[in-house]
Design a protein around this ligand. Structure first.
Ligand code: SF4
Length: 186
């Protein structure tokens, strides 16, 4: 299967009730052979309206970190656990995550990144480990199966609590250092 085919399947998916309330499916964006894959939890309002992940206020803040560090959005891949927006931006429910995560797994398999960066607590809990503590473990690198993973704060958490921005910058700098050291495309 190719990414385009997987995207078409997601666009027609009715595996959970979010398909009834979404405007667009937000599959993912970026390089199909990206070395770094950023994974958030779910689309928000602007993402739902445009079909593109991380384009709202939080996404624009995230772009500033990428730009500051010289990481091109076009060279990485950005996706979410859920492909459809939960109403009123509530947290993804576990049954919705269970329904949607096989698509993300296939997406990861097809892209085959060398580094997975979870954006936020919910993504880290689901992808790295079920007892992940974002406040104490953000910015640490772990090997899980064939993938190296890390997690940073979700950009929307930085909007709610700007004091977290220093930690975010440090973590993103570590990601850049890791990428440079291991020759990853940025
Ligand atoms: S969120 Fe995922 S599982 Fe639910 S309808 Fe959308 S694509 Fe299907």
């Amino acid at each position: 299967m190719e990414l385009k085919e997987l995207q078409e399947i997601c666009e027609k998916c009715q595996k959970c009730p979010l398909c009834k309330t979404k405007t667009n499916t937000v599959f993912g964006v970026g390089a199909q052979n990206a070395d770094i894959m950023f994974i958030g939890e779910a689309p928000g309002e602007n993402e739902d309206l445009t079909g593109i992940p991380f384009v709202g206020k939080a996404g624009q803040l995230f772009d500033k970190y990428l730009e500051y560090l010289g990481i091109s959005r076009e060279n990485v891949y950005i996706a979410n656990i859920l492909k459809c927006r939960p109403p009123k931006n509530r947290d993804p429910q576990s049954d919705e995550q269970d329904a949607c995560i096989p698509y993300l797994r296939e997406q990861v398999r097809l892209i085959d990144p060398k580094l997975i960066v979870c954006l936020g607590r919910i993504s880290a809990l689901r992808i790295i480990k079920p007892d992940y503590k974002i406040t104490s473990e953000h910015g640490t690198f772990v090997q899980k199966g064939k993938y190296v993973m890390t997690a940073v704060y979700h950009p929307s958490a930085l909007l709610r609590d700007p004091k977290k921005k220093d930690d975010m910058l440090t973590d993103m700098e570590k990601i850049k250092e890791y990428a440079v050291k291991h020759g990853l495309k940025i």
